[in-house]
Design a protein around this ligand. Structure first.
Ligand code: NAP
Ligand code: MG
Length: 410
């Protein structure tokens, strides 16, 4: 059988530890036998980031902007322990942060739903995709621990020297103050990415803030979304048969719990941080969660939502068997290949991505899975496979799917 050709390369960002091991297995077993894989390769493994003074991360982000689609392996964000472990020149920044800043992107996370791994919320039938604004608010705040009585003020000084001044509080004793900000530019990019992603995936978009209490700050978010929707997206949403729905954050939380899923929930930075952990764990497992960074200019970077699975890697280094779940990393590849296929009008590539996802889900639903899923599944008689055997089982399922199709078309 001839392999599928690609006309434009994917930007491939390799990573660290156990996910780097899975990365190679996925390429060897599931991709290269079927696709004449064309990638522009960037090694974002920590050693190479250190050698290049992190230039490789910047280069990979620029290549993503150039080609439009990237697939990324999980990477280590160094901390003090990693400085010693890898003998680093500097505590390099999080690659995800660098790439997100370069592409001005929004992160969308969706669970991969399979029979036998049931969400804790029994009415959730379809995935809920969480879109988290990734700039500002409490993550870029300034705080003061107030030592005693005194007056706290909020002051803005314009470039021409004029001032806007508000009293925050007249303290009679100790307390705390927090100053935060966001920019219209960043909120606008966030809104654009959400509307475009809703159109691209044909899902309703929900957005919620606390604008009844925060009449200027949160209201700014609400107004920017509403204004953009009316000016640029209302007609396109109507044509696509989808809706944009704004409500208060507490109302949104209540509705999400009662909904069936199948929509995108756009959240401010803090809400997104907290809610994405709640939604992902309620759907079953972090290893079954995909993540895509979408820029307002329509650039896509796909990855798994989990990290490098360090504990499993140390076992692997000791020669012990691991049972690490590769599903989210496989779906990062299929997401990127499908998007590449859509942009290049390469239907064979899109079909391949669809079938590999189907084979992955079918393998689990037939009871073959890694340990993390075996521990939580409602299926009976499951076989727990090691990291490599699970990938080989998916390949076997994929082979039966393509044989079946060939047979049908005869
Ligand atoms: P992690 O790699 O997500 O793993 C945390 C734990 O979750 C694992 O020890 C494992 O539990 C379970 N787990 C996660 N993914 C799994 C999978 N695919 N299959 C089976 N079990 C899985 O998070 P971490 O240990 O906190 O972080 C490790 C490194 O990853 C850090 O250096 C961090 O900087 C980096 N990180 C990178 C990204 C990214 O690149 N996007 C995101 C997060 C973290 P058990 O040990 O109980 O089996
Ligand atoms: Mg969190």
């Amino acid at each position: 059988m001839s392999r599928i050709e690609m006309s434009t390369p994917l930007v491939e960002m390799d990573g660290d530890e156990m996910t780097r091991i899975l990365w190679q297995m996925i390429k060897d077993e599931l991709l290269m036998p079927y696709i004449d894989l064309k990638t522009e390769y960037y090694d974002l493994g920590l050693e190479h980031r250190n050698e290049t003074n992190d230039q490789v991360t910047i280069d990979s982000a620029n290549a993503t902007a150039k080609y439009g689609v990237a697939v990324k392996c999980a990477t280590i964000t160094p901390n003090a322990a990693r400085m010693t472990e890898y003998n680093l020149k500097e505590m390099w920044k999080s690659p995800n942060g660098t790439i997100r800043a370069a592409l001005d992107g929004t992160v969308f996370r969706s669970p991969i739903v399979v029979k036998g791994i049931e969400p804790c919320v029994k009415n959730w039938k379809q995935p809920i995709t969480l879109a988290r604004h990734a700039y500002g608010d409490v993550y870029k705040n300034v705080e003061i621990k107030v030592p005693g009585a005194g007056k706290a003020e909020l002051v803005f000084t314009a470039e021409d020297g004029t001032e806007i001044r508000e009293t925050i509080h007249n303290f009679t004793g100790g307390g705390v103050i927090q100053g935060m900000h966001n920019t219209d530019k960043s909120i606008t990019s966030f809104a654009k990415a959400c509307f475009n992603y809703a159109l691209a995936t044909r899902q309703d978009l929900w957005f919620a803030t606390k604008d009844t209490i925060s009449k200027k700050y949160d209201h700014d978010f609400k107004d920017i979304f509403q204004d953009m929707f009316e000016k640029e997206y209302e007609d396109r949403f109507k044509k696509a048969g989808i809706t944009y729905f704004y409500t208060l954050i507490d109302d949104a939380v209540a509705r999400v719990m009662k909904a069936e899923g199948g929509f995108i929930w756009a959240c401010k930075n803090y809400d997104g941080d907290v809610m994405s952990d709640m939604v992902s764990s309620a759907f079953g497992s972090l290893a079954m969660m995909t993540s895509v960074l979408v820029s307002p200019t329509g650039v896509f970077e796909y990855e798994a939502a989990h990290g490098t699975v360090q504990r499993h890697y140390y076992k692997h280094l000791k020669g012990e068997e691991t049972s690490t779940n590769s599903v989210a990393t496989i779906f990062a590849w299929t997401g990127a290949l499908r998007k590449r296929g859509e942009l290049d009008k390469n239907t064979a590539l899109c079909d391949f991505a669809d079938k590999l996802e189907k084979a992955t889900i079918q393998t689990i639903e037939e009871g073959k899975m890694t340990k993390d899923l075996a521990l939580i599944t409602s299926l009976q008689n499951v076989t727990t496979l090691n990291s490599h055997d699970f990938i080989k089982a998916i390949r076997a399922t994929y082979e039966t799917l393509i044989l079946h199709v060939d047979h049908e078309s005869c």
